[in-house]
Design a protein around this ligand. Structure first.
Ligand code: PGA
Length: 250
């Protein structure tokens, strides 16, 4: 499967950072790494970033509302993201679940909205540190898939899952390779139960403290079809270093 290397800028980025989009786009264009590249960034930058990227890399949003339009002050619909030049959107990131109280059902509704608007969607799942310590990570991920991944979308070919253990996000702590492979294998099994053969073709990304030091090995693990990168996607020099590790795979 062709891997997806996705960045998540979170609440970072002003107009000046568009130069990083230009640098990353130029790198991808000149080196054609054997991967699709997507940068998800704040809605305020979407149209400018899409213009700067000029199709060399894909640009995405970080969240969308489940409704097409309405009295939802401050929210942004999937149609609006698409209209601004986004090709994709992240839904259900743990920071949305934690700080905005998003439930699995809300995440599923957002994924449906993104699909209706023609956006590729990354649905994030992952266990907390307490759930990890209690040995519940497989069960938690299975429940989150059942609750936040609509079966019809899993069959659509437009959805990817990102496994992001909460304790690994921004912490510098990464699960062992065996642990990542075990969880990704379990996610694959759940997706196949949900969507049959389409579940075998869905990308499963790993996210949580991915850097140029560990990206290559993580991407080599079974059922790891890409990475979702927060901190190390913010500067072109760091993201570029991750992309360079991919050239080793060519
Ligand atoms: P991180 O974030 O790479 O900074 O750990 C990943 C994410 O939250 O998507």
């Amino acid at each position: 499967m062709r891997p997806l290397i996705a960045g998540n800028w979170k609440m970072h980025g002003l107009t000046a950072q568009l130069r990083d989009i230009e640098t990353i786009s130029a790198t991808v264009h000149s080196r054609s790494p054997a991967a699709d590249v997507l940068i998800c960034l704040p809605a305020t930058l979407l149209s400018k970033a899409a213009y700067t990227a000029a199709g060399r890399i894909a640009i995405g949003g970080e969240d969308c509302h489940a409704e097409v339009s309405g009295a939802f002050t401050g929210d942004i619909s999937a149609d609006m993201l698409k209209d601004a030049g986004a090709a994709a959107v992240i839904v259900g990131h743990s920071e949305r679940r934690k700080y905005h109280g998003e439930t699995d059902a809300m995440v599923a509704a957002k994924a449906r909205a993104a699909y209706r608007s023609g956006l590729s969607t990354i649905v994030c799942i992952g266990e907390t540190e307490a759930q990890y310590s209690a040995g519940n990570r497989l069960a938690v991920c299975g429940e989150q898939i059942a609750g936040s991944v609509p079966a019809e979308l899993a069959r659509s070919g437009t959805l990817a899952i990102a496994y992001e253990p909460l304790w690994a996000i921004g912490s510098g702590h990464v699960p062992t390779h065996d642990q990542i492979a075990q969880v990704h294998g379990h996610i694959r099994k759940c997706l196949m139960e949900l969507a049959g053969t389409a579940g075998a073709e869905m990308r499963i990304l790993y996210g949580g403290s991915v850097t140029s030091d560990n990206a290559h090995e993580i991407l080599g693990l079974a059922n790891v079809d890409g990475v979702l990168i927060g901190g190390a996607s913010l500067l072109a020099v760091d993201f570029d270093a991750v992309l360079r590790t991919l050239l080793l795979r060519a």
